[in-house]
Write a protein that binds this ligand. Structure first.
Ligand code: HGY
Ligand code: MN
Ligand code: MN
Length: 411
């Protein structure tokens, strides 16, 4: 493999894809079903066609490039990642896994290597769930796990549902079931991704071999009180939604700190209604994202949050609702594929570390039902989901080399 050539081709595509952001100069903002995803999809299709792949965009906006195998009936090797981003995110999260998947297909095709099975490179829509609070929309649709009803339920900050956003994007939500594959068609899933954390960077290790992915539970919680004048309403007469909510929020991070197993809990979004400086809040909404390698720990923290909500709203005279956005269990990666990647690292002299993933990835959704493995490349200073996200292009080429070995061995 010509690592120099691969590095330059990966660099070219990722540099070009940086243009498709709603916040130029302030990171990558590529929300699902927007102009930015449309432009990125058209670019990926062009690159896939130039690489000689069969190209197809499905009914939910996933872009698929297929390198045909000798036996098209044989369960395929599915590779890829997502092409949406978080708000003001980085230029490598998700998209780099797609570009590297296309590079692997190019390497095999240029070398005239005909796999037995199809190699399918998938660019998944809306893995992050940032716009609608969901997550894994594209990969779950491919697995046949997404319904039209769910698309009507989930809305963004402007109260636009997934259903409406898809329609505005030119898709027909009623056709979501058409995106579902016959699961027997998928042999295994492989995802290359930036680590998004500090481990490889701090330890100066070249590649991460992911052995498990944490489970995630995501909720949007709304505490209801009563709006009143902030100046004239005595403290003992208030039903202050922000006061009640904040007495729950302040405990959430410590609930995670009290646990092991890579447990984390995050309140990333808070808002109040009507949001006036001189108005006691009528309602306060906040997101909760709980993760751990152990599902029982996630459940324990979620139950404690419900107990606190009961306690504080009873004391404060309010009520609350919980909108469940995502519940997905931890998943172990394929031991045989991990062993093959480890052997390849040794053969090429790459330092490596078997490690868990604290980020979800499409591999978390697909790994629930298919043999799955991930490979990480280091994130500079461990930074991600921010404009500072960075990985040297030659690091991607090392991971591509290992995945070429893996693909050849599992074909
Ligand atoms: O949130 C995550 O774990 C990933 O970045 N979607
Ligand atoms: Mn992400
Ligand atoms: Mn990602």
């Amino acid at each position: 493999m010509d690592k120099q050539l691969s590095t330059s081709r990966i660099e070219k595509d990722l540099e070009n894809l940086k243009a498709f952001t709603a916040t130029p100069g302030n990171g990558c903002t590529r929300m699902p079903f927007t102009k930015e995803t449309r432009d990125a999809a058209e670019y990926l299709k062009q690159v896939m066609r130039e690489a000689g792949l069969e190209v197809h965009e499905d009914s939910v906006g996933n872009v698929l490039g297929i390198l045909p195998g000798k036996d098209r009936e044989k369960p395929c090797i599915l590779m890829g990642s997502h092409y949406d981003s978080v708000y003001n995110g980085g230029d490598y999260d998700g998209i780099a896994g797609i570009v590297c998947g296309i590079e692997i297909a190019r390497i095999l095709k240029d070398a005239g290597e005909n796999l037995d099975c199809d190699l399918v490179i998938a660019a998944f829509m809306d893995e992050e769930g940032c716009r609608f609070g969901t997550g894994y929309f594209g990969s779950k649709s491919l697995l046949g796990q997404m319904t039209v009803e769910e698309c009507k339920h989930f809305t963004d900050k402007d109260n636009i549902s997934v259903y409406q956003a898809m329609t505005d994007y030119g898709l027909v939500p009623e056709n979501i079931p058409n995106a579902a594959w016959d699961l027997d068609r998928i042999g295994r899933y492989i995802e290359l991704h930036i680590e998004q954390g500090p481990v490889l960077d701090q330890k100066h290790i070249e590649l991460g071999l992911v052995d498990c992915i944490v489970g995630i539970q995501r909720y949007m919680i709304t505490v209801n009180g009563r709006s009143d004048h902030a100046g004239t309403t005595p403290m003992d007469m208030r039903l202050d939604a922000v006061d009640m909510a904040s007495k729950v929020i302040c405990h959430i991070a410590d609930l995670a700190r009290a646990e092991e197993e890579g447990t984390v809990a995050t309140v990333g979004y808070i808002t109040s209604v009507p949001g006036g400086m001189n108005v006691v809040a009528q309602s306060a909404s906040f997101s909760v994202d709980i993760r751990s390698k152990k599902n029982e720990i996630i459940n324990k923290i979620a139950d404690e949050i419900r107990r606190l909500l009961d306690e504080e709203t009873k004391k404060g005279g309010g009520t609350y609702e919980i909108d469940t956005k995502l519940v997905i269990t931890p998943v172990d990666m394929s031991a045989p594929m991990l062993d093959i990647m480890e052997d390849s690292c040794k053969e090429h002299g790459y330092t490596y570390l078997r490690m868990p993933s604290g980020a979800g990835h499409d591999a978390l959704a697909i790994g629930q039902i298919k043999d799955t493995v991930m490979i990480f490349v280091p994130s500079k200073d461990g930074r991600s989901h921010c404009p500072e996200e960075y990985t040297p292009y030659e690091d991607f080429a090392k991971a591509v080399e290992v995945l070429c070995d893996l693909v050849r061995k599992v074909d």
